[in-house]
Design a protein. Structure first.
Length: 307
């Protein structure tokens, strides 16, 4: 497959995808190239039957259906690129049968569970407790991805003399280096402001730029790692009496979106707040409306009001 690098360059330039996505695309295409080589096939003459055999091969190697869907999606984009560059006029992935899988809905905490978690961490006035309260409040108030949270810079959130004030809105760079505005509420601002007062408590270690991060640490990156935050979050869950297996940074992000939708927020607004490129990604949160829809139907439909 001689056009992989050109495809990746085009994808990076036109879609501004994240580095992890680019690595995933490259791995998917390399896997397919190995399959073609073993079966003496050429990419430009591969047929739908060949793609079916490739899918069967993935199954035989215990590749999960979800991963197979992703790999074929990558191939579909790759062949569309080859067509656009006049290398071929046929996309063999368009008529293949893909394995079915259950698209698992995101796990969310109830509003009461979120209140329990927040109330618990608010009671811990140790420096670590104050920092944890600030981080949880920030994620739940904004829907930040954990990678966006831990890599926040001091300059992103602060203003005023000696960076002494927390902003109520700031800009973050999400997937594919796409910028979006993040807005936080007064309660979250107060908790983050409280943490800012003890920000210097946390030492600066191996990284020379650790002082620039809002959540600095002695890690090589200079900021708290995603894994460390996830671990501390589970410890906080245990202290609050909640099941730690139900709680993760991503679950809090999901809860932010679901609770907004449940409260009547527009799906497009939630898409913007989450930094989703495609509205279809955000639509998964509409499952939280089932209870509200049933209630509305009972109250508003003529038959629902008949005793």
């Amino acid at each position: 497959m001689q056009y992989i690098e050109q495809f990746l360059e085009m994808t990076l330039a036109e879609r501004a995808i994240a580095e992890n996505s680019l690595i995933s695309y490259k791995r998917d295409l390399q896997d397919f190239r190995e399959f073609l080589t073993k079966n003496n096939l050429k990419e430009l003459s591969a047929s739908a039957d060949d793609i079916e055999k490739y899918i069967a091969n993935l199954f035989a190697n215990s590749i999960a259906p979800r991963s197979i869907h992703r790999k074929i999606s990558t191939l579909k984009n790759y062949y569309n690129f080859l067509i656009s560059e006049d290398h071929t006029n046929y996309n063999p992935t368009l008529i293949v049968d893909l394995p079915k899988y259950n698209n698992k809905l995101p796990s969310v905490l109830s509003i009461e569970e979120m209140r329990t978690l927040l109330d618990s961490c608010n009671k811990d006035d140790s420096p670590e407790g104050v920092r944890m309260a600030a981080m949880i409040h920030l994620v739940y108030a904004s829907g930040l991805r954990v990678s966006e949270l831990v890599s926040l810079k001091l300059i992103n959130l602060t203003s005023g003399i000696n960076a002494s004030e927390i902003r109520k809105s700031f800009i973050v760079k999400g997937k594919g280096n796409k910028e979006r505005i993040v807005v936080i509420n007064d309660k979250a601002k107060d908790k983050i402001q409280q943490y800012l007062k003890i920000w210097k408590t946390f030492g600066h270690g191996k990284s020379t730029n650790s002082k620039s991060y809002f959540f600095p640490s002695a890690s090589i990156s200079g900021h708290m790692t995603r894994q460390n935050f996830a671990l501390q979050l589970k410890q906080t869950a245990i202290k609050s009496g909640l099941d730690p297996d139900k709680i993760s940074p991503h679950v809090i992000r999901h809860s932010f979106a679901s609770h907004l939708l449940e409260g009547g927020a527009d799906l497009r607004v939630i898409q913007e707040l989450l930094g989703h490129a495609d509205i279809s990604t955000t639509q998964v949160y509409t499952h939280v409306q089932t209870k509200q829809l049933k209630k509305m139907l009972g109250e508003c439909h003529p038959l629902g009001r008949i005793d």
